[in-house]
Design a binder for this molecule. Structure first.
Ligand SMILES: *[C@@H]1O[C@H](CO)[C@@H](O)[C@H](O)[C@H]1NC(C)=O
Ligand SMILES: *[C@@H]1O[C@H](CO)[C@@H](O)[C@H](O)[C@H]1NC(C)=O
Ligand SMILES: *[C@@H]1O[C@H](CO)[C@@H](O)[C@H](O)[C@H]1NC(C)=O
Ligand SMILES: *[C@@H]1O[C@H](CO)[C@@H](O)[C@H](O)[C@H]1NC(C)=O
Ligand SMILES: *[C@@H]1O[C@H](CO)[C@@H](O)[C@H](O)[C@H]1NC(C)=O
Length: 449
């Protein structure tokens, strides 16, 4: 009996040692980073070529509009009748950021669409039943020594979107517009850059998708990196490493339309500075981040919206989200008219003429003059702190066409603080405390150390 006990203790110790060895890269790692590659970077598989400023801003509008429509559809009370359905049309036109993820052993680089709204990481896998074209080789599980399938009897396999089918644990994700991805639920080692080294994280659950239908991807997209707060997204799975913390600082696009930004996790994201302000944040069931917006100022003039104007209502209308998928900022219809009237009064008072038909995309545009300096700022008054958006980050300037537009559009359901207005600000999301900290920063100086 004693012998048996000693044996099991010894076995236990060696088992733990093996586990520790297997997991040592991740257990030592206290953070990691990902590079967010914007659409306009030649590094991006979505790179549309060398567009003019006018064409780029039109693209920004299209992406923003698609994102705002998606966010609106997700906020509807019936959006989750079928938890396996995602209501996003996965057209590459809807995405601005891609990430280059290293996975497998030896590791292979794959470009994935960065999707804050979806909950699974998946990539195309051999052998294909249906695969969309991708220019890099499709991931071959046989060629990776760390690839493993999740067996059917693993409790994970009972949780949607996973299920057991013909003795195999499979996933199936349906997207709006009819696209679907399915294949074997698997684990693999992911490798992330951290400062001057690489961090290996073994056992990341992902969909090894070999039946992918009706995607319009074309180029070098290999799949989607789900970045919602659900258990199988990147953030959910790397809980111990990410510690519920992530952070970004978006590089100002007019200075460098092509510059990549860095998404930091865990200790790497735990940036504390004296000048940081803190606001409350909560995550809804569709993993979108809501802020408690009280009021708005234009050019330091406080509008004085009635309390509750921006509150999230029971039917999913209202509310103010913060999002990087939408580039422009959106304000819900009624308040939008009021805010824009304030912009209009401001520019009229400085003799700027509104050009009603200048842009098909933006409603409030004015004649551009290189000598004009009196651009208005806008301030979001949140429950505990104000977020002032300096004029640099409030407008789209069409120098050649001779006008500029306020980078705000309207939405029928919700308000969204978009990426354009978030530029050159450090944001730290802390899911443990339900807060976001922020402070101005020159994001061009943010590098992998
Ligand atoms: C893109 O076009 C602009 C102006 O047409 C030019 O100055 C710039 O060098 C081009 N960039 C690339 C990467 O081709
Ligand atoms: C991987 O190996 C299995 C078993 O040897 C084989 O059936 C399968 O065809 C291989 N797949 C590829 C893509 O080579
Ligand atoms: C994939 O690429 C091949 C060769 O370039 C082409 O013939 C085929 O039509 C493409 N398939 C799809 C679905 O676009
Ligand atoms: C949602 O509820 C608000 C009042 O709480 C109402 O004014 C609005 O019309 C409703 N909207 C929809 C789309 O149901
Ligand atoms: C803008 O264009 C529309 C039709 O395209 C026209 O009806 C309207 O009068 C124009 N407005 C101005 C201010 O030019």
């Amino acid at each position: 009996m004693a012998h048996l006990q000693a044996f099991s203790v010894a076995w236990y110790i060696s088992y733990v040692t093996v586990l520790m060895l297997l997991h040592s890269p991740s257990s030592k790692a206290t953070g990691f980073s990902l590079k967010l590659i914007p659409l306009f970077s030649p590094e991006s598989p979505l790179y549309p070529g060398n567009l003019t400023q006018f064409e780029r801003i039109h693209k920004i509008f299209e992406i923003s509009k698609a994102r705002a429509n998606y966010l609106a559809s997700m906020s509807k009370p019936d959006a989750f009748l079928n938890p396996e359905d995602i209501y996003l049309r996965v057209h590459e036109k809807n995405y601005f950021y891609t990430v280059d993820v290293l996975f497998g052993t030896p590791s292979k680089s794959e470009f994935l669409l960065f999707d804050t709204g979806s909950y699974l990481i998946w990539t195309q896998c051999l052998p294909c039943v249906n695969c969309f074209n991708q220019s890099a080789p499709i991931f071959n599980p046989n060629a990776s020594s760390t690839y493993k399938r999740i067996p059917c009897d693993d409790p994970i396999c009972r949780r949607p979107p996973f299920r057991c089918e013909n003795g195999q644990c499979v996933h199936r994700i349906n997207y709006a517009g009819g696209a679907s991805a399915s294949g074997l639920v698997s684990t693999e080692t992911f490798t992330f850059p951290l400062k001057n080294k690489l961090v290996c994280v073994p056992g990341v659950i992902f969909g090894c998708s070999n039946d992918n239908r009706d995607f319009s991807f074309d180029g070098n997209i290999a799949g989607i990196l789900g970045f919602s707060v659900s258990p199988f997204s990147l953030l959910g799975q790397l809980k111990s490493t990410a510690q519920g913390l992530f952070s970004y600082c978006l590089v100002y696009a007019y200075r460098e339309m092509e510059a990549t930004s860095i998404l930091r996790f865990g200790k790497d994201a735990n940036i504390q500075r004296k000048d940081m302000k803190t606001i409350r944040m909560f995550v809804d069931r569709s993993s979108h981040y809501y802020l408690s917006l009280q009021d708005i100022s234009v050019a330091d003039h406080r509008i004085g919206f009635a309390p509750g104007t921006f509150a999230l209502r029971r039917n999913g209308t209202g509310g103010c989200m913060i999002d990087t998928g939408a580039i422009a900022t959106f304000i819900q219809r009624g308040p939008y008219e009021v805010v824009m009237r304030h912009f209009d009064e401001h520019f009229t008072s400085f003799g700027r003429q509104r050009m009603h038909n200048a842009s098909e995309d933006w409603e409030y545009c004015y004649r551009y003059d290189s000598r004009f300096r009196a651009y208005a700022s806008m301030t979001f008054h949140f429950d505990r702190a104000d977020f002032k958006v300096e004029p640099t980050y409030m407008y789209f300037i069409f120098q050649n066409e001779g006008y500029f537009c306020v980078a705000i559009s309207f939405s029928d359901r919700n308000s969204v603080v978009g990426a354009w207005q978030q530029q050159d600000t450090r944001f730290v999301y802390d899911l443990n405390t339900g807060t976001i900290r922020f402070a101005p920063e020159n994001c061009a100086n943010d590098h992998f150390l």
